[in-house]
Design a protein around this ligand. Structure first.
Ligand code: ACO
Length: 429
């Protein structure tokens, strides 16, 4: 077997042999295929990059048919069960698990950098009283580039490292303050005696008590959710970070672009839609009628189906278990019963089986977030905090990859050509 592709251009009768490497051909090789010497080379048309590899990456592996997700080779199930978010963040950023000394230093550094400049607080206070927390998070992360102008020195490894630490450390502070802002509550400063996730809960919910003491089961559940969201290879927001980062801008600007991408309902917002759907169904007895509506094409079963996973999303299984743990503390969410029954029926129904539609990460996460008493606008902020190490791991890979270039896709031009311009004074007279 030869690892090559033979293409015959029927316009010219010329045959080309293109090498196949790692299951791909190089788009630049296609560019050598021309109808005439001076004509532009052949290109691929791929809106949404659904079949285009934009990079080589060693961060995250997904096999959607088998329902496999691995960070740096480690299965997500094992990391969720036995690791914690900061250790997973280290793994994603550094490529391997930390020694005890490396772990302690990493946790110390992240904890030390949780505070932000007081001026960050002042400008966040300037947002409208009802500002969406994702808009506030996106703007404040972007604004960090003005507080750390040295971050533009992206070719220096030490410099990159400190920005990575700062961003992972400050994201919960900015996220929690965005939440407090819309509630009209005072911003809470970090409590560096607490773990990363316990401190986040403190900054979200602390009122007059001297120390906020979250239930460890809630801390574990939220920490696990951060792990599950920490990376998902070349998704829309990772691609946004890489695309903006390819201009060699500082990482705060690049990650801010990722937050913007995540904000959109096609990316980070499906769990909110699941909650709305469950509330609309209302009771178990309404489920059969709802399923019929889905099968007739009148609506979608939100939280089911995935572009990549054609099997049970491995993250959904873990979240389902965490949901049960959280409800032990908060009391059950009546919507859980509807979700469980819906899942049971859908997994047996031929419509869903035939189309390989299984629960995805969002099917249960909204239920957990609601039990924490987060308003739906906060769901995507939680996603963004979890995803930050992934964005940064992708960014680090990008800036150190000699093959990467500024992102600059081609287009197929469909507009007018060579018109003669008549000045407005003549056109309007
Ligand atoms: N409910 C009912 N039918 C569905 C669903 C669903 N949730 N998802 C897909 N289908 C059906 C489609 O109608 C289509 O049927 P057909 O072949 O008879 O026309 C078939 O399954 C294939 O669907 P596509 O839309 O082509 O699949 P695609 O891979 O493009 O879509 C997507 C994936 C967008 C996630 C889709 O499954 C969906 O809309 N799900 C609900 C929304 C959701 O939960 N999104 C969160 C994804 S996870 C995340 O982003 C973090």
């Amino acid at each position: 077997m030869t690892d090559s592709l033979t293409i015959r251009d029927n316009r010219t009768g010329v045959e080309y042999d293109l090498p196949i490497t790692d299951g791909t051909i190089r788009a630049a090789d296609l560019g050598k295929i021309k109808a005439e010497d001076e004509a532009p080379g052949l290109a691929v048309y791929d809106p949404g990059f659904v079949n285009t590899a934009s990079c080589r990456s060693a961060v995250t592996y997904i096999d959607g048919d088998k329902g496999i997700l691995e960070y740096r080779g480690y299965p997500i199930e094992q990391l969720a069960e036995s690791s914690n978010f900061l250790e997973v963040a280290y793994l994603l950023i550094h490529g391997e698990l930390p020694s005890q000394a490396e772990h302690d230093e990493w946790v110390h550094q992240i904890t030390y950098h949780t505070f932000v400049h007081e001026n960050v607080k002042s400008f966040m206070q300037g947002f409208r009283y009802d500002a969406h927390p994702m808009g506030m998070l996106m703007a404040s992360v972007g604004a960090l580039s003005t507080f750390y102008p040295d971050a533009r020195n992206i070719h220096d490894a030490d410099n990159r490292n400190i920005q990575v630490i700062r961003m992972i450390a400050k994201m919960p502070t900015l996220g929690a303050w965005s939440f407090r802002h819309a509630q009209g509550k005072p911003y809470v400063y970090p409590d560096n005696d607490l773990s990363y996730t316990a401190n986040f809960l403190s900054m979200l919910f602390k009122m007059s008590e001297s120390k906020f003491d979250a239930d460890p089961r809630l801390v574990k559940a939220l920490d696990t959710l951060f792990i599950l969201h920490a990376d998902h290879e070349q998704n829309c927001s990772a691609n946004a970070v890489r695309s903006v980062g390819s201009s060699q801008v500082d990482p705060y600007s690049a990650v801010s672009a990722g937050i913007g991408a995540l904000f959109g309902p096609l990316h980070g917002g499906a769990n909110e839609a699941v909650l709305r759907m469950l509330k609309r169904i209302g009771t178990k007895s309404e489920i059969p009628a709802f399923i019929e509506g889905v099968k007739n094409g009148n609506e979608r079963l939100m939280g089911f189906g995935h572009r990549v996973y054609k099997n049970y999303d491995p993250r959904a299984k873990i979240i389902k278990q965490q949901a049960l743990n959280v409800f032990e503390v908060t009391g059950t969410n009546p919507l859980l019963e509807i979700a469980l029954e819906l899942e049971k029926i859908a997994l047996e129904d031929e419509y869903f089986v035939k189309r390989r539609l299984y629960p995805n990460v969002d099917f249960y996460s909204g239920l957990i977030y609601e039990a924490f008493q987060f308003p739906p606008e906060m769901f995507t902020v939680l996603f963004a905090i979890g995803r930050t190490p992934g964005w940064l791991a992708q960014w680090l890979e990008l800036v150190q990859d000699p093959e990467q270039k500024i992102a600059r896709p081609k287009q197929i031009y469909t507009g007018a050509r060579t018109l003669d311009f008549t000045p407005a004074s003549q056109r309007w007279s």
